[in-house]
Design a protein around this ligand. Sequence first.
Ligand SMILES: O=C(O)CC1=CCC(=O)O1
Length: 265
Amino acid sequence: MKFLQVGDAAIHYQADGLSDGRPIIALVNSLGTDLRIWDPVVAALGRHYAFLRHDKRGHGLSETGSAPASIETHAADVLALMAHLDIERVILWGLSIGGLVAQSIAVSHPERVRALILSNTAHKIGTAEMWNARIGAIKAEGLSPMVDPVMERWFTPAFRRADNPLYAGARTMLARQEVEGYCRSAAAVRDADFTEALRGVALPTLCIAGSGDGSTPPALVRELSALIPGSHYAEIDACGHIPCLEQPDAYAACVADFLTRLPEL
Ligand SMILES: O=C(O)CC1=CCC(=O)O1
């Protein structure tokens, strides 16, 4: 286990293959998940790329810290990990809130990004009313009542089978998520809006949607893609909000196809 102290939070991270000279992909997680969700993607792409992943503060084994954490706070955590590991530039691949974190870095530190992969995310996710209602309900009743509704957005019915142990594991991961860390990240999503800032992004960018994503549906990801000059759009079939668990092979192949076409990598 590896940790980096960033301010008053110890951030849990995992680095695979960094010393082998391969292009480095930094992965940034979604709300209520930890870095293990990327295991299938790292297994699929690990021969060609090195990986840096971490648990967002308030998730997994990372401490929550004492202060509220904005998208920019999470972005600073990624940059702190890169500095600590002496990594100049990464292929930045963010899922959902992780995609907002990736957008923040792409806008404020484009020189640190070789390419951008924005997965199951948007320039703005949901409304303030929706997030405030979710945060209020979780603070009052805990996460349990919202676990199954969230599962319906994360995964298609075919994946949500009672005999699917991976589904059971993903459900347990969310049910065990710490409330304060979840609510702070939910507030960060509520407060983020990259609609205008994205128009100036000049990085090679791939936007990915899941055909059955109930949180950031394909139409919204298409809107995101339309904001970023020259960006590509791809859709994963039979897939909800968390493709790295539901369709890891198709997801990894989609990203590999995009990356291998980039002359500068
Ligand atoms: O959990 C959800 O409802 C989906 C989601 C929105 C932002 C994020 O990271 O996950």
